[in-house]
Write a protein that binds this ligand. Structure first.
Ligand code: HEM
Length: 499
């Protein structure tokens, strides 16, 4: 081995080689290895061509019509294809129902590459948890607040906000004006989820665009998306927009902290033991056998914010997509109406839980969630190369279990591109793993029951009370963002029904 000595400041040739070898050769070997893996990975699965080496397919995956491309790529390249965000980051889309079922049932962990971007907003919440053990513990602790009897107990709170919604719609009907119903849906879901799962009355319907929480989200979400794509932007908040985002997040957190403090001050006794407690109160006052609170204030804040983000928009957008489809399909409208009229007396403003046991409306909701699912799926990873059904999935690579293409795959559904609620007569999809609007397996949506309650009650209220018609020439356009949403709202006119 060469000894490191210098004589009169001059290095011996042997020494130079021993220093330069690792400095030059190791990075070169590393580079060659990366190139080898990149070339191998590029040919591992088919996918759309890359136009720019450095940004891969970002020009296509960030485009406003990516939801249509997912369908097209699935049909062109088959159920498993890949896209690149850079030479170092790829996403493998899985559209094979068998593989989807296997991964979600085995509950592979979420991919940190995809969820890390949400951390500035929702910290260590269940939604973004990539540490599997921590997820397991948290999910067990949150579960009691999402039991069916607790969900049903949120009905009075929903009825309160639905009454405000009806008041706003009645004005639209009286004045015969055009309303963007999708905005009203967003305000309603914000009020409801804000009240029961965030612990705060947000006054979204009464304040409209002036509602503070809406303004905060408008500051946070676009910037958060950019920080997710370019993590250094979030880590070093030099830009004004990034600093504003952090300030808005702090304001949101202080609202959640206040709600937790209030719930704890009121204490378990004041809240009573009745199942009518709100989800946020149940969680804030939940205790361990040693009487300490189950959740720290930070953990609760993280989760409250995640509920608000994950729970509001997808529910609102599903209702908007559904109403649009129903108005475009007169036969479906006729059946929805007949069922609702047979079950809910005319003088009812907001129906009871037993009145919204409506099988046909349920089929229409299922079909809407198939046809235009607002939640795209889930990102998972495997720690080692794993082969399922003959397909080897590489370790530590983001796997997108993506429903848009699967839900419209002609190999899995008859008349896949047709909106047809009748296909749900039997209740189940024909192929297991071909339908997962709420994700699937142990890590599926914790708020599914809540969303179903909110959607059935709201839709039954709307179809019972109003004759809706689309504004002349209006056509729904879809925009993929965090969720699939209506691009230009849902413009309708409403007339109070007469009997
Ligand atoms: C129609 C309405 C809804 C749809 C379509 C929907 C869809 C989804 C989907 C696809 C996932 C998986 C996401 C992923 O793995 O990245 C998910 C997870 C989740 N959803 Fe929902 N959701 C809805 C309503 C709600 C509501 C109302 C809440 C709560 C108030 C909620 C809370 C959550 C949470 C906390 C998770 C994370 C679960 C976990 O990682 O263990 N969602 N949802």
């Amino acid at each position: 081995m060469a000894e490191f000595t210098s004589q009169g400041g001059i290095l011996r040739g042997q020494d130079v080689v021993s220093i330069l070898f690792p400095v030059a050769v190791i990075p070169l070997l590393f580079l060659l290895r990366s190139v080898f893996f990149y070339v191998k990975a590029r040919s591992q699965f088919p996918g759309p061509p890359i136009r720019n080496f450095w940004v891969g397919n970002l020009d296509q995956t960030m485009a406003n019509d990516v939801h249509e491309k997912w369908l097209q790529w699935n049909r062109e390249y088959g159920p498993i294809f890949q896209t690149w965000n850079s030479p170092f980051s790829r996403v493998i889309y899985i559209g094979d129902p068998h593989i989807i079922t296997e991964i979600t049932t085995l509950n592979w962990p979420k991919s940190s590459a995809q969820y890390a971007g949400f951390r500035p907003l929702s910290g260590d919440a269940l939604f973004v948890q990539t540490n599997h053990e921590k997820w397991r513990i948290q999910s067990k602790r949150l579960a009691p607040a999402f039991q069916p009897h607790v969900i049903q107990a949120q009905r009075p709170c929903l009825a309160k906000h639905l009454s405000n919604f009806v008041r706003a719609m009645d004005v639209v009907a009286e004045q015969n004006t055009v309303v963007d119903l999708s905005s009203l849906h967003i305000l309603l879901t914000l009020d409801f989820v804000g009240d029961i799962a965030f612990g705060t009355n947000l006054h979204a319907i009464s304040q409209g665009r002036d509602c503070r929480i809406l303004q905060l989200f408008e500051i946070i979400l676009p910037e958060l998306m950019k920080c997710g794509l370019f993590p250094l932007r979030g880590r070093f908040p030099i830009l004004q927009k990034t600093r504003l985002m952090y300030r808005a997040i702090a304001e949101l957190r202080s609202m959640a902290e206040k709600a937790i403090k209030d719930a704890r001050q009121k204490g378990d006794e004041a809240l009573g033991t009745s199942p009518r407690k709100k989800i946020s109160d149940i969680l804030a006052t939940q205790r361990e056998p040693d009487e300490s609170y189950t959740f720290s204030s930070k953990e609760l804040c993280d989760n409250y914010i995640a509920f608000l983000v994950a729970g509001g928009d997808p529910t609102a957008h599903t209702m908007s997509f559904l109403i649009y489809q129903v108005l475009c399909h007169p036969l479906v409208l006729k059946k929805v109406r007949a069922e609702i009229d047979a079950n809910i007396p005319f003088d009812t403003t907001v129906p009871s839980i037993s009145q919204v046991n409506l099988p046909y409306l349920n089929m229409v909701i299922k079909e809407t969630l198939r046809y235009s699912s607002p939640g795209f799926g889930t990102f998972r990873v495997c720690p080692v190369d794993t082969t399922i059904a003959g397909v080897t999935l590489p370790a530590n690579t983001t796997l997108a279990l993506w429903n848009p293409a699967v839900h419209r795959d002609p190999k899995l559904w008859d008349n896949a591109d047709e909106f047809d609620p009748e296909r749900w007569q039997s209740g189940q999809p024909k192929v297991r793993g071909s339908y997962f609007p709420f994700s699937s397996g142990p890590r599926s949506c914790i708020g599914q029951g809540l969303a179903m309650l909110e959607m059935t009650m709201t839709l039954a209220t709307v179809f019972r009370r109003y004759d809706l018609s689309l504004e002349s020439g209006f056509q729904m356009e879809y925009l993929p963002s965090f969720t699939l949403k209506p691009k230009n709202g849902l413009l309708v006119r409403a007339i109070l029904r007469k009997f």
